[in-house]
Design a protein around this ligand. Structure first.
Ligand code: KG4
Ligand code: ZN
Length: 357
């Protein structure tokens, strides 16, 4: 069969996701989140997340099958996130997937969550859809900009089964982590990314100039002689600069201009992510870039990266919002790519790996 029906399961953090694709066509993306249960703790509590996955898995699976109008028997393969993520949370999805695979006799694929975040861009309408027969056709010289709560990386992908080449990454905090920490400093609650995105709309991004980490010439070097951190990012200094700025307003007894600080912080993050990503792509002949990860849902990142890629003649593939945050469709999408590429299934003996690279 050239268009395999693949069921994808995601449980690495607080989202229980079941997605179903046929080849590169998305049939359904069903997600149940336990975020409401974590909000009062200011972060995801692993034990609560695991229990929530256990409660949510069967209803989410049943909903996904019914939305897609298929039954388990129709499925050609099952794919599941095996890492990285919270160990106990991963365990629930992996055990569920193994049970389904054993019960139905379907092949099972273990999926790297991070690769799935960028692989989702290969779905029709998500920016990809280059599939034209039995084997998936990746655009030549494909890049991926992965911006999530745990990672900020610019990658070159040579084939869906090959190792990816890391061109640049954060040397300290991930961008999403910076959003979450700054939101806490500004009293905007958790999760911070969407809160800052929202409040920044009413602020002036030019009101304060926050530092762009690793942008000095000594880190950048030249195209011929790249500096050590030419394509790398650093966000910990920026977080500290925001904290100092808030302290100064407090010391003067002035009201903290939350919207302006949020907008200026966001501008600094998005400016340096997009400029370094575009530079890395230009200098490596990359013409297509998949944008992925939770922070890819950020409105300003989507806008500015899109503009800068367009000026540089690079096609930026931006998934719809619900495919950026954690979901099962991305796992199914990458699983389908592996099936179409003729990759052997993983069997049922693999273990979840919370720190998978
Ligand atoms: O990819 P993801 O769902 O989980 C990980 O695999 O890490 O990313 C979660 C991160 C969180 O830090 C969250 O604050 C951030 O993505 N995020 C955003 C937005 N939506 C989610 N950051 C900025 N703007 C957003 N709209
Ligand atoms: Zn994720």
């Amino acid at each position: 069969r050239t268009q395999p029906l693949v069921l994808g399961i995601e449980s690495s953090c607080d989202e229980t996701g079941v997605g179903i694709v046929r080849g590169t066509t998305l049939l359904t993306n069903t997600v149940s989140s336990s975020m409401d249960e974590h909000v009062r703790f200011g972060g995801v509590i692993p034990e609560i997340a695991s229990r929530a996955h256990l409660d949510a898995f069967v209803p989410t699976l049943e909903q996904a099958l019914s939305d897609a109008g298929v039954v388990l028997d129709d499925v050609d393969a099952i794919a599941v996130t095996s890492g990285p993520g919270l160990a106990g949370a991963l365990m629930v999805g992996v055990c569920a997937a193994k049970a389904l695979a054993v019960a139905t006799g379907k092949p099972l694929y273990a999926i790297n969550h991070l690769v799935a975040h960028v692989g989702v861009g290969l779905l029709d309408g998500a920016g990809g859809g280059q599939h034209n027969g039995t084997a998936p056709q990746l655009p030549e010289n494909l890049g991926a900009l992965l911006v999530s709560g745990g990672h900020t990386e610019i990658l070159r992908i040579n084939s869906i089964t090959d190792d990816v080449q890391l061109l640049g990454s954060t040397i300290d905090d991930a961008a999403g982590e910076a959003y979450d920490k700054v939101a806490r400093i500004l009293g905007l609650g958790y999760p911070g990314g969407p809160a800052i995105d929202m409040v920044a709309r009413t602020g002036n991004p030019k009101s304060i100039r926050f530092p762009r980490g690793l942008s000095q010439p000594k880190y950048m070097g030249t195209a011929e002689e790249p500096g050590r951190h030419r394509y790398d990012w650093s966000f910990s200094g920026l977080k500290t600069a925001v904290a100092r700025c808030v302290e100064q307003f407090e010391a003067r007894g002035e009201e903290i201009p939350v919207a302006d600080i949020a907008a200026a912080f966001q501008e600094a993050v998005v400016d340096i992510i997009s400029s370094k990503a575009v530079l890395a792509c230009r200098e490596h002949g990359i013409k297509d870039v998949l944008l992925g990860g939770g922070v890819a849902a950020n409105s300003r990142l989507r806008e500015l990266t899109g503009q800068r890629c367009a000026s540089a003649g690079i096609r930026l593939h931006v998934p719809p919002l619900d495919l950026c945050t954690d979901n099962g469709a991305m796992v199914a999408a990458l699983g389908a790519q592996l099936v179409m590429a003729g990759v052997e299934p993983s069997g049922i003996r693999f273990a979840p790996d919370s720190s998978m690279p």
